[in-house]
Design a protein around this ligand. Structure first.
Ligand SMILES: [Zn+2]
Length: 74
């Protein structure tokens, strides 16, 4: 069986359209989630807008609207 793996294939990585750094596979075509968020904000707002939050581990778009119940395992 032949498996084609794109990983490990040496090639010019696409650069992040936001900041120009090499894009990460995980966030492509962006280099980071931050840049992806920036692009998304541009899309939604139709203007250049950078999300205010810098480090928000729990932040997830869409889930922030409703109050989330605390999860407790009792
Ligand atoms: Zn970037």
């Amino acid at each position: 069986m032949n498996r084609r793996k794109e990983e490990g294939r040496p090639g010019p990585a696409r650069s992040c359209p936001i900041c120009g750094r090499p894009a990460l596979h995980r966030y492509r075509p962006f280099c980071s989630k931050r840049c992806a968020d920036v692009d998304l904000a541009r899309w939604l707002g139709g203007r250049y807008a950078i999300p205010a939050m810098e480090e928000a581990p729990d932040f997830e778009a869409g889930e922030n609207d409703r109050p989330r119940p605390e999860r407790r395992s009792s």
